[in-house]
Design a protein around this ligand. Structure first.
Ligand code: ADP
Ligand code: MG
Length: 369
């Protein structure tokens, strides 16, 4: 038995289906991140786990108990939202201890709980301040403190860092990772930001259109996506996609024709079974290499014009338009190219992925790809 078992869950508002066929298993102590574009159903699913939203079909079980009809307060979960929702007239100590005071917890117990939480979240010097005297990051720490003090068996976070500036977000991510390591409590975290998801998650659950597209370790999703959506969503800058057509199949791979900006190519995907006629080749920016003048290159050579170069210091991203108009991004070293330059780029075909006309991954036999 796993800690959380979500089975065939669906949610509909009247005739509008917002979640369909959701199946997910979460182990004790896991840090799980739901990630996907705005409106894909992340918050709805989280709220169904918390009890703030009813379940239209299927079951959700926590620690072996189906909680479909259990009140939110009886589920043993604590939730932290994007809006801090602190009481403005109460101090940090007052906000953190509010739930315990409502439950008539004895004073010494409250004092000890607040002390422990203040230590965990480094709130000591802020303990007597009101929310108006705190920065955004500090307010969010108080909101997290209020969740921790209840000692829930499960933490739910809905985009808690979205209101913070970029630097503070990075810092708070590190704090959350550290907090999770120290508490060991299961956490489910919602974000639309795939970089945030990659850095926080043990398991990343990529959602789109009310369905789970794929769940797995961040790097597994990065290296081995099941479909075109996951391939394009995970990774920044995005994976490059080239439309192509299958011309023939051999035991060692597939011959492709009409490859955007290239013509023909052979993809070494051994043991591929009957691919569709139209396919898409996926290549990460780091699997492309700019060829020096006069260098021939082998395999798949793309040709085009440089539109823009993003110089990031340690690396640069070269945005190109291929001869047929397809746009790609190549990861390169410093000062790799100048705008308007005409370049040839070689692809590492051993790392290229292939997708069928229904955007599903085509895997060869024997190897991961
Ligand atoms: P996310 O958190 O991924 O951005 P939500 O879970 O908030 O997405 O919403 C998923 C979908 O459900 C959206 O299309 C949204 O418009 C719809 N939705 C959310 N709440 C309601 C509601 N009370 N009535 C009708 N549709 C809703
Ligand atoms: Mg949401």
């Amino acid at each position: 038995m796993s800690f959380i078992e979500i089975r065939s869950v669906a949610k509909a508002y009247g005739s509008v289906r917002v979640l369909d066929d959701v199946d997910l298993t979460i182990e004790h102590g896991e840090f799980v991140v739901f990630v996907g574009p705005s409106g894909c159903g992340k918050s709805t699913l989280l709220r169904m786990v918390s009890g703030l939203e009813t379940i239209s079909a299927g079951t959700i079980a926590i620690d072996g108990e189906v909680v479909n009809d259990l009140e939110p307060a009886a589920r043993g979960v604590s939730m932290v939202f994007q809006s801090y929702a602190l009481y403005p007239h109460m101090t940090t100590a007052g906000n953190v201890s509010f739930g315990l005071r409502m439950a008539h917890t004895p004073r010494p117990v409250i004092a000890e709980s607040v002390r422990k939480v203040a230590e965990i979240l480094r709130l000591g010097s802020l303990i007597d301040r009101r929310p108006s005297q705190l920065s955004g990051g500090q307010k969010q720490r108080v909101a997290i403190g209020r969740a921790i003090v209840r000692e829930p068996r499960l933490f739910l976070f809905d985009e808690p860092l979205s209101n913070l500036d970029a630097e503070l977000r990075v810092q708070m991510r590190a704090e959350l990772t550290d907090l999770h390591r120290r508490l060991g409590t299961t956490m489910i975290y919602v974000t639309h930001d795939q970089v945030e998801a990659m850095t926080l998650a043990d398991t990343m659950v990529v959602m789109n259109g009310g369905r789970i597209q794929q769940a797995g370790a961040p790097l597994t999703l990065y290296d081995d996506p099941d479909n075109l959506f996951v391939a394009g969503f995970v990774g920044s800058p995005k994976m490059n996609f080239l439309p192509a057509a299958t011309t023939s199949l051999t035991p060692d791979g597939v011959h492709l024709g009409h490859v955007a900006g290239v013509g023909e190519a052979f993809l070494p995907l051994a043991g591929l079974e009957a691919p569709s006629t139209t396919v898409t080749i996926g290549m990460r920016p780091e699997h492309l290499r700019i060829l020096a003048a006069g260098e021939t290159g082998s395999g798949l050579v793309l040709e085009g014009r440089v539109l823009l170069v993003e110089e990031l210091g340690s690396e640069s991203f070269v945005h190109m338009e291929l001869t047929d108009g397809t746009r790609i991004i190549v990861r390169s070293g410093r000062r790799a190219a100048a705008a308007q330059a005409h370049l040839r780029v070689e692809a590492d075909l051993a790392a290229a992925l292939l997708f069928d006309e229904k955007d599903q991954r085509l895997r060869g036999a024997g190897r991961g790809r």
